[in-house]
Design a protein around this ligand. Sequence first.
Ligand code: SF4
Ligand code: SF4
Length: 82
Amino acid sequence: MSIRIGNSCINCQNLQPNETCKTHGVKVSTSYTCDSFEMKTALKKDLNCSSCARFEGPTCANPKKATAGMLCSHWAPQNAQA
Ligand code: SF4
Ligand code: SF4
């Protein structure tokens, strides 16, 4: 299985309020992910540098250009460790 920073159960639409995965029927953690990951629709609308864990940090891919409203392919959810 691939290891990815941007996709985790916390931003997957299959995560249910009781921290159970709707797809697999098991308890999951915010640090898990899998190949059935589906990005939450609400989060898709809010993808930009201000919601990126890397914003103003050492792992930002575009530190000179990063600003609210911009987005690049290195975006990571704020619960992730960038
Ligand atoms: S489908 Fe995969 S990524 Fe989504 S909540 Fe279930 S285990 Fe997590
Ligand atoms: S430029 Fe990319 S990595 Fe940097 S804060 Fe914006 S989305 Fe994140």
